[in-house]
Design a protein around this ligand. Sequence first.
Ligand code: 3DU
Length: 215
Amino acid sequence: MPDLILALDVTEKKKALAIAEACAPHIDAIKVGYPLALAAGLSIAGDLKKTGLPLIADFKVADIPNTNQLICDQVFLAGFSAIICQGFCGMDSVKACVASARTHHGECYVVAEMSHPGGKEFFSGGIAEQIAANAVIAGADGIIAPATRPDRVAVLRGFVGDKKILSPGVGTQGGSVDSIAELVDGIIVGRSIYDAPDPAAAAQSYAAARRRQKR
Ligand code: 3DU
């Protein structure tokens, strides 16, 4: 059964914390990206830690190795348990993020292919496959692959073996739990939970949907 990961892209700190607390019993991790981190500061990790859930920093880190390492160190020191980086900057840049993760006993995930329509423009033609293979060689914990394209996730699974695949794009972007759950280790859902009239009920129903799947 894949984890259910809430993408908490809410820019009001109070609202974000209320949603996190309400959804916590139904989810396995919280993903924080630039919208919330820029609005509330990195210290939001300390506040969200009260839920007891792992916190994934989705900063899609994409710089030279030294800068990547400096960024990731700050993320882990703030209390996050995982970092997401881009793979297109090359193996050395990914390795720097992995090294920081190891130093801080955290995890590192590499974006292999993005879920939006434009994600096909530059990640196609074998690039995503190469990024996924590099993520394995670099020692990353897994990749990010698109729930909007289960066929592509199945292909990328062939490149990462038992490494984890976390998959955004379920709900608002058009992906479904039914078509992706058996292929991945984590389903990332944002707007369809935090914009729902009752976020906790929405989280509960996504949790139940992925429970019906085998993986
Ligand atoms: O579309 P949603 O509201 O369910 O949010 C999806 C989240 O996953 C959001 O934080 C976005 O930045 C992130 N994400 C993708 O949607 C697609 C990717 O390829 C990588 C991350």
